[in-house]
Design a protein around this ligand. Structure first.
Ligand SMILES: [Zn+2]
Length: 157
């Protein structure tokens, strides 16, 4: 694990490019309606039940990390959150606005969240799977499902 000497964030890869500008979590939500914060808190509550999690609120996003970062929300909008979670297989669901592939086998699932009720059982299951990826289960467990995407796709840093 590498710890950035400037901001103190930790990364699996040494010298990982990132934003060192760490903001207060509350500042992130200063321009959002209370429901947006409640949605984030519901998400965080689900994730914290899975095990230890580091919350990294930087200038452009709030990322959630086990060993690796496995989920994040972009800087909160007034009425919604743009969230994503990292899986090693693609999941087809109308809830995902797009699924971005990063070689060798990371599938970044983007979704929009507006209300705490949207942090439901289905999303909790996806977050539990992403948390395992955050623990690098896909590295330590040979039986873990890893789906490779198209050749020539951009690589995960
Ligand atoms: Zn840094």
């Amino acid at each position: 694990m590498w710890r950035c000497p400037t901001c103190g964030q930790t990364f699996v890869t040494r010298g990982m490019p990132h934003s060192c500008e760490v903001l207060d979590l509350d500042d992130h939500f200063s321009g959002s309606e209370p429901n947006v914060r409640a949605t984030f808190d519901a998400l965080l509550e689900v994730v914290r039940r899975l095990g230890p999690v580091t919350v990294n609120p930087t200038k452009s996003r709030i990322s959630l990390q086990a060993r690796m970062r496995f989920a994040a929300v972009e800087r909160p909008r007034r009425r919604h959150l743009n969230a994503h979670l990292v899986l090693t297989r693609p999941i087809a669901s109308p809830r995902f606005t797009r699924v971005e592939f990063l070689a060798p086998y990371y599938h970044v699932h983007h979704l929009r969240l507006q209300a705490p009720e949207e942090v439901d059982e289905e999303l909790s299951d996806w977050l539990a799977e992403a948390y395992e990826v955050g623990l690098q289960r896909h590295v330590t467990d040979p039986a873990w499902t890893k789906v490779r995407g198209p050749a020539g796709a951009p690589r995960s840093p």
